[in-house]
Design a protein around this ligand. Structure first.
Ligand SMILES: C[S@@+](CC[C@H](N)C(=O)[O-])C[C@H]1O[C@@H](n2cnc3c(N)ncnc32)[C@H](O)[C@@H]1O
Length: 269
């Protein structure tokens, strides 16, 4: 870590009691540059401001926690999940509950996308299968928003017309997910960097068949990414799948996973 970043990390820790040392230094620097730019000050003036303003420190910490998500975010990944991976799970796990963990679920778009795929496949195949999705995050406001499941048009831009018609009710340009799909997902708080718990307590035991841990690894330092992926690995049932973000494929490869379908960001251990 360069000394500039180290000073900022200590400033936030000593001055405000917040630990931002897990974040990737280049990501922290990008966020600082963008905060300084939005306030029209140079970096050194921004650091002075940071020393004297708890409010700015809170805003910086908030900016480090990126919550952006949309339904069916990475089209190729979801296509492979829809046509290959979830049909395979339905066949191979017939007769027992399929267990899914969305490990950084933000406001619910990701676990609900998975629930929609399961629902369609189970209906078309008239399969007997059951599934349950545990969805966790560290952001409590996002978890509350996920439970409400009301979305803007931009969150559903990758959702087909047919799916919008089948799975949402629309009022005043707000899209509310139908209760039948909501009922398959349990939301709870879980910190992937927590040194104690290896899997969310809501899941009782790990043993997941599918884990989605996407678009958060690249915000963290290399050793933290590896720690998160080790934790995730320990919660995977034999034959389970891991999904990362498209830009995070290297993190999974470096942690010893192999890509199940080339370029899909879907892995096995
Ligand atoms: C950019 S969003 C990605 C949401 C979704 N996975 C997707 O791909 O669209 C990143 C999410 O990771 C969550 N997050 C960040 N650090 C976390 C941690 N240590 N444990 C659990 N969730 C975390 C954030 O709160 C945020 O909701």
């Amino acid at each position: 870590m360069d000394s500039g970043i180290e000073n900022i990390v200590s400033l936030i820790s000593d001055g405000y009691g917040e630990d931002i040392s897990s974040y990737d230094p280049s990501f922290v620097m990008r966020v600082i540059n963008s905060r300084a730019e939005s306030l029209s000050v140079n970096n050194s003036a921004y650091l002075d401001l940071l020393k004297n303003s708890k409010e700015e420190s809170n805003l910086l910490i908030k900016s480090l926690n990126i919550n952006f998500s949309i339904f069916f975010r990475n089209t190729f990944t979801y296509s492979v999940l829809d046509h290959v991976v979830i049909p395979l799970l339905l066949r191979s796990r017939a007769g027992r509950e399929i267990r899914v963990w969305s490990a950084a679920c933000s406001s619910g778009e990701e676990p609900y996308s998975i629930a929609i795929i399961f629902d369609e496949l189970i209906n078309t195949q008239r399969a007997e299968s059951k599934y349950r999705i545990i969805a966790t995050d560290i952001n409590k406001a996002e978890l509350e928003s996920a439970k409400r499941a009301i979305y803007s048009a931009s969150a559903i831009e990758n959702v087909s017309y047919k799916r919008v018609k089948n799975y949402f009710t629309i009022q005043d340009e707000r899209f509310t997910l139908i209760p039948a799909i909501k009922s398959y997902v349990d939301f709870s708080y879980f910190d992937l960097l927590d040194k104690e718990g290896s899997c969310p307590s809501a899941s009782i035991f790990g043993n997941f068949d599918l884990i989605i841990c996407s678009n958060l690894l690249y915000y963290y330092k290399k050793e933290e990414r590896a720690r998160i992926l080790d934790k995730v690995k320990s919660c995977m049932a034999p034959g389970a799948f891991l999904v990362t973000g498209e830009a995070e494929r290297d993190c999974a490869l470096e942690s010893g996973f192999y890509e199940f379908y080339s370029g899909s960001a879907i892995f096995k251990k």
